[in-house]
Design a protein around this ligand. Structure first.
Ligand SMILES: [Zn+2]
Length: 140
């Protein structure tokens, strides 16, 4: 079952496989947020900087969505963390996305498969999934 424990385990797994060279600067957590139409995931840091929290769109609890998609969404947020956005690590870029820095980092770290599956899925399926979850009739 995809719950917050599943997400935490996924974070540990991804970190060990793809981000093991990075020293975490604070407590890093992940949990599901509500189902939302626009954002697949997000990251924020507490004001005292002691904790960073990744939020993953609740739509991804659906087991029919390929796990690679969730991995890619989580990895995307971990890249922001590594780049010093919403984390206590040194800021590496002026802007979190400009210049394809997230894509480049994912590819560099061996996450190209997840990246591609997520991009293809998002393009094709996100609106459909959102609709079948019955939440966004007014928008679609
Ligand atoms: Zn991003």
């Amino acid at each position: 079952m995809r719950d917050n424990k599943w997400l935490s385990d996924l974070l540990s797994d991804l970190w060990d496989r793809y981000f093991f060279d990075v020293e975490k600067g604070n407590i890093l957590e992940v949990k599901f947020s509500r189902v939302a139409r626009t954002r697949l995931g997000s990251i924020r840091m507490t004001r005292d900087k002691r904790k960073s929290v990744v939020l993953i769109n609740g739509v991804f609890k659906d087991p029919l969505i390929p796990a690679e998609v969730v991995e890619a969404v989580l990895a995307h947020e971990l890249v922001h963390y590594v780049h010093g956005f919403c984390s206590p690590l040194k800021r590496q870029y002026r802007h979190p996305h400009r210049g394809g820095v997230v894509r480049n980092e994912m590819i560099r770290r061996g996450l190209v498969h997840q990246y591609r599956v997520e991009k293809a899925w998002t393009k094709k399926s996100f609106r459909e999934i959102a609709r079948t979850h019955g939440l966004f009739h007014h928008f679609l």
